[in-house]
Ligand binder design. Structure first.
Ligand code: SF4
Length: 332
């Protein structure tokens, strides 16, 4: 099988932005080496090799990907995530069908978080993504960076984070020398939403709609082409919404290329907040400076306040709403 990526070069000689973005995604997911050939389509030059391929396959977008079988059969993709899902996710890892979530949930009961994470990394390799936002997540990054296995990290930039949180993202990137793939809201969805409802509608009619656009939809894109993801969820973060969680679950909200639920791994489920902070201090793990200003659970700036003495950590998130509704929709 031969995999070709066709990239465009614009009339002024500059590279096409979408092509660069697609290449970046492939590189960050450790898939770039699977591309056999890169062919350039020169804008305005129909004789360039890439433009000839575009004409041959009836494509007027860039980039695009051509998969040629030795039999002569070929397939063409114009979306990098489709290409990844259909052609690149089955190897070198064993695939989701060979991972028994029920068996793993039983097995993980007696294991430490670092053992659970390492087990999941072994099973899914580059197809496992670590979701990064807060203190718990950086503990997972620290564990993954120490076990020697490859791992991928993504984060959701809602556009409403504290300046300290943006700085913290860079701190973690530099500290562990890793790439953090950032997913932002869909610009049209966001533009329509804020044009009609403004920037603070969540104080009036709840956070679901804003979180849906700024978090839930980007998460769907972040998980496209994956088989599994790992979170820093802890059971004691929210007795009202997280008491029934298990170490491994089938994530019915997100599907792999075969239409099966993604595997969601929660290595820190049995840890308390104290366990997390003990780990951070013992291992010199970088943390968000907002924690030193009284913030315990940190989300978007307008929806997070410092914790008051004696209150539960989630009480400082969407504090104007009922306790049972204090989830952003990422884990429902
Ligand atoms: S936490 Fe607040 S600002 Fe952030 S996405 Fe949700 S509602 Fe919007």
């Amino acid at each position: 099988m031969n995999l070709t990526m066709v990239k465009k070069v614009l009339l002024d000689g500059s590279p096409c932005g979408k092509c660069a973005q697609a290449e970046d995604i492939l590189r960050k997911r450790g898939l770039w080496d699977k591309i056999d050939d890169v062919v350039i389509a020169e804008e305005g030059n129909p004789e360039s090799p890439g433009m000839k391929l575009a004409a041959k396959h009836g494509i007027d977008l860039a980039p695009f990907f051509i998969v040629r079988e030795s039999s002569g059969e070929h397939r063409v993709y114009t979306r990098v995530f489709d290409f990844i899902k259909k052609e690149l996710t089955s190897s070198p890892t064993p695939g989701i069908s060979k991972f028994d979530a029920s068996e793993a949930a039983e097995r993980f009961k007696g294991l430490n978080p670092d053992q659970i994470l390492a087990d999941a990394q072994k099973a899914f390799g580059q197809n496992l993504a670590l979701a990064f936002s807060g203190a718990e997540d950086v503990v997972l990054i620290d564990m993954a960076s120490k076990n020697g296995q490859p791992f991928q990290v993504f984060s959701l930039d809602t556009g409403r984070l504290h300046p300290e949180t943006y700085g913290y993202l860079d701190t973690v990137r530099d500290h562990y020398k890793i790439d953090i793939e950032i997913f932002t809201p869909d610009s049209m969805l966001l533009q329509n939403f804020v044009s009609v409802k403004g920037l603070s509608s969540f104080y009036q009619d709840g956070h679901r709609e804003c979180c849906g656009i700024r978090k839930v939809e980007p998460l769907k894109r972040a998980l496209e082409g994956r088989l599994a993801w790992a979170t820093g969820l802890r059971r004691d973060q929210s007795p009202a919404t997280r008491s029934d969680l298990v170490h491994v679950e089938l994530d019915q909200s997100h599907r792999n290329a075969d239409g099966e639920p993604l595997i969601k791994v929660n290595p820190l489920l049995d840890w308390t907040g104290q366990d997390v902070w003990d780990y951070i201090r013992i291992n010199n793990v970088p943390y968000n400076p907002l924690h030193d200003q009284g913030y315990r659970s940190i989300g978007c700036q307008p929806c997070t306040r410092p914790s008051r003495p004696g209150e539960h950590e989630r009480a400082a998130r969407w504090w104007w709403e009922n306790e049972t509704k204090r989830e952003c929709g990422l884990h429902t």
